[in-house]
Design a protein around this ligand. Structure first.
Ligand SMILES: [Zn+2]
Ligand SMILES: [Zn+2]
Length: 335
């Protein structure tokens, strides 16, 4: 089959890839729509921690598809589905306490096993979730990144009425704006990098969008820009007794200077968050199926698999300097 493959860092292209084998306990899924994100660029560039990738690799970890076989408790062949990417061993201590993101045996679709920028993906049947009849694929394709954000939000003691700041204006930042709205914040401010992102931030639910770092402080600061400078800025923006969530993924090896006495004196929570738990993923699927979440407004660019290289250029910001840039998707079954 045709697939978009990273053979090694710096060498990514569309090429032939072996069809998935029939594996006991797995089912074949036809990939229909896949989102790209900054992590895909890190996989291509080799800037991701080598513990979390195995080359050669078929990219694609945010996706929806159609079952090629029946799955008990999910549906017959033809059912539209979304699939958890983190493949848990199910037996280790982390898996048993709903922390499959910390499974002793790290394995993830699109990182250590073939992803969805291909015609077919073989996936463990236990990770398949049925999509509701009325759910648009454009909404469902954002389930995976929303699960990442959701899991992070559920790690800290959120309450109504918080003053929230989101550092960054990429898709994860905008999804964070959207999801944090479910907790009824007093205000949600986006500290962005590009004026062109203002409208998307507003649609996601932001009350304000600024480029300059504000002088006020916030009860919850979500870092979603993925740079050392953004992490430092997020910590500076945190009010006494506040919380900082680190969602961005700076390049492996990034270091940030901290003033620990300020963190102590200010009684601050700093919460990192990696990937998602099984329950976080299921929760987001439920909210998509119920229609509570409709994030498809974030999709701004659409390409076919043949155009994947062009899509990656857009993702890097090489060709869209003066337009809004939300989620870039690959339509794997156009027409
Ligand atoms: Zn992603
Ligand atoms: Zn495990």
């Amino acid at each position: 089959m045709k697939a978009f493959v990273v053979d090694e860092p710096g060498d990514a292209r569309l090429r032939e890839w072996p069809d998935p084998l029939n594996v006991e306990g797995e089912v074949l899924v036809t990939a229909l729509l896949a989102g790209l994100c900054g992590t895909d660029l890190e996989l291509i560039d080799g800037t991701i921690d080598p513990a979390y990738v195995r080359y050669p690799l078929v990219l694609g970890h945010e996706w929806v598809g159609r079952l090629e076989g029946d799955v008990v408790d999910v549906g017959p062949a033809g059912t539209f589905v979304v699939v958890e990417g983190v493949v848990p061993c199910g037996a280790c201590e982390a898996c048993r306490r709903d922390a499959s993101n910390l499974c002793a045996v790290y394995d993830e679709i699109g990182f250590t096993r073939p992803g969805a920028l291909a015609e077919h993906v073989s996936v463990p049947v236990g990770l398949v979730h049925r999509l509701g009849e009325d759910v648009a694929l454009d909404d469902a394709v954002l389930i995976e990144p929303m699960a990442v954000v959701w899991r992070a939000l559920t790690r800290v003691p959120l309450r109504r009425g918080l003053r929230v700041a989101i550092v960054g204006d990429g898709t994860i930042a905008l999804l964070a704006v959207h999801l944090v709205g479910l907790f009824a914040p007093a205000t949600t401010s986006v500290i962005g990098r590009r004026e062109e992102q203002r409208d998307l931030a507003t649609r996601a639910g932001a009350d304000s969008f600024v480029i300059e770092t504000p002088s006020e402080v916030f009860d919850l600061v979500i870092e979603a820009a993925g740079s050392g400078a953004a992490v430092a800025s997020a910590i500076d923006l945190c009010a006494r007794g506040g919380m900082v969530i680190l969602l961005g993924l700076p390049p492996h090896g990034t270091r940030v200077e901290l003033a620990p006495d300020d963190l102590v004196n200010n009684d601050v929570i700093i919460q990192g968050s990696f990937s998602y738990s099984r329950s976080a993923f299921a929760e987001v699927v439920g909210r998509i199926n119920s229609g509570d979440l409709r994030p498809s407004f974030l999709i701004t660019h659409r390409f076919t698999l043949d155009e994947a290289a062009e899509a990656l250029k857009v993702l890097r910001g090489d060709v869209t300097k003066s337009e809004p840039r939300g989620k870039v998707v690959i339509d794997l079954a156009p027409g």
